[in-house]
Every structure is written in C-alpha cells, then in structure tokens.
Write a protein that binds this ligand. Structure first.
Ligand code: FES
Length: 273
C-alpha cells in the first residue's frame, strides 16, 4: 500500500513523488493535504496535494528535505512504500465563480499554487501567476505553471532568473495597471503571505492564504495547528488551510511556527549521525 510509483528531483533539496493512494485520489481537490508517516514509529507530516489522478489512483506530493522526516522520505525510492498516507484532509479551496485571479506562489509554495492555478485555468478563469524564488537554482515547475496560467511572472530575489523583484512588487504593479482581480490567492512562507495581504488590503481585494502551520493529527483534536483569524481561534487542519488573509494574525502564527526550531534541529542532527 502507498507505493512510490515515481520520484523526481526538482532541485537540490526538493523532490516530487507520485504515490499510489486510490482512496485519497478519489476525493482530492486543490487546497487539501495529506498526512503521512514514513515508518510506523515515525513523525506525522502534512503535505499539500500537488496533483491527483482519479483514474490512475495517484497523488503527487512535493517536499523540501528540511527536517529528519522529509530527509528520510527523500531517501526512499520507486517501489518503496509509505506506512501511512491519510487524506484528503482540510477544506478544498473555494474557487467557483472566480473570473480573474492573481495566484502568488513563494518558493515551495509554488507546488501548492500550481494546482490552484491549474484548476482555475481549467474552469476558464484568467490567471496571472506570480512565482517568486530566492535564486534560479530553486525554481520548480516553471513549464507546468506556464501551462496553468494566462500570464506567468517569475521573479528571483537575486535576479539570477527573470526579474529581480519581490512578488508583492509585481502584484502591486498589476493591480495599479488596472487589473480587476476577483481574488488574490497567496501560498508560500508566512512572511510572504502577510505582505501579500498588506499589499491588497488598501484595494479591498479578497485575499486567500494557505496556512502551513505545525500539524500533528490533522483532525482538529490536538490543537497543534491553531491560529487566530479575525480574533477567533481556528484550526488550520479542519477550518482551513485556506483563510482570509486580511483577518489572519500572521505574527502570532510565525511565533508558534518558530517554537519547535530547536527540537527540529536536534532531530535533523540525529538523522545525519
Ligand atoms: Fe491537530 Fe489541527 S493538526 S488540531
């Protein structure tokens, strides 16, 4: 069960895997995620569904090898199996009725922005996709994003590929140029989503963010993924992961995400020993 059918290296530390999981593929929608365990006693990690194929019964995941579990996952090969692969979890993104949207992806967030853009594009929506990366070496899915959008704007922090700019600069220019967006969808590091929300706030454009919080059970029981939205406590795993970016307390969420950095570092060091 949960056999790895395909494995691709997208850049130095980002990998794509196609997993056999027919019961997940049957119901998966853009915006939802899975929680997997590599081994029986392993840590549970949430990963957004990058792609699904209902006929083949497969789910595609894209992950960065940044922690002990993702490093262990990256060492598996085609033919190996995962111990658990639970999903689809979370609410599907609400994309119905949108006619013109700017989708903003940052780094690995582009792996999640891509299926959103693809679904919108297939629904006949005009999609401006803004993809930001630190440098050219970590660009992923450029051809796929081009095919899933009306206009693709790739920017890098250092100008090593495409324009040297922040995603928020491009977004502001597009808004100022008169593009009337029904919504802006931002997926990436929390700091990027915070500033995308600040960019759109003065224009009153609906802004949806995908909150990549710490998660444990993915069922609303453990409280690990809690965040504050509009002054209320919400759980990213069952109430999200999509939320109104103008209402999210990003600073609180960033503080919570940093809480386990020391433990994560220790477990990576154990893994490397
Ligand atoms: Fe446990 Fe959301 S992951 S409540």
């Amino acid at each position: 069960m949960y056999q790895i059918l395909e494995k691709k290296t997208l850049n130095a530390n980002t990998k794509l895997m196609v997993i056999e999981a027919p019961h997940v593929a049957r119901k998966a929608e853009p915006g939802q995620f899975i929680i997997l365990r590599v081994t029986e006693d392993g840590e549970r990690i949430p990963l957004t569904i990058a792609e699904y194929d209902r006929e083949k019964g497969t789910i595609t995941i894209i992950f960065q090898e940044v922690g002990a579990t993702t490093m262990a996952l990256g060492q598996l090969n085609v033919g190996d199996c995962l111990h658990d692969f639970v999903g689809p979890l979370g609410k599907a993104s609400e994309l119905e009725g949108l006619k013109k949207v700017a989708v903003v992806g940052g780094g690995l967030g582009c792996a999640i922005a891509y299926p959103q853009a693809k679904k919108l594009h297939e629904m006949g929506c005009e999609v401006d996709l803004i993809a930001g990366f630190r440098n050219k070496d970590i660009i992923i899915l450029e051809d796929e994003m081009k095919a899933a959008s009306t206009n693709l704007y790739v920017v890098t922090d250092d100008g090593s590929n495409g324009r040297k700019a922040l995603v928020t600069e491009v977004l502001k220019e597009l808004i100022e140029a008169g593009n009337q967006y029904d919504a802006v969808i931002a997926i990436g590091p929390m700091i990027m989503m915070k500033f995308v929300a600040e960019t759109t706030r003065p224009y009153g454009i609906k802004t949806i963010v995908s909150m990549n919080t710490i998660m444990v059970d993915g069922t609303g029981m453990c409280g690990g993924c809690r965040l504050t939205v509009g002054g209320e406590t919400k759980f990213a795993c069952v109430d999200g992961p999509d939320f109104d970016g103008h209402l999210v307390d990003f600073d609180g969420s960033m503080r919570r995400s940093a809480m386990y950095k020391a433990q994560e570092k220790a477990s990576v060091e154990r893994h490397e020993c």
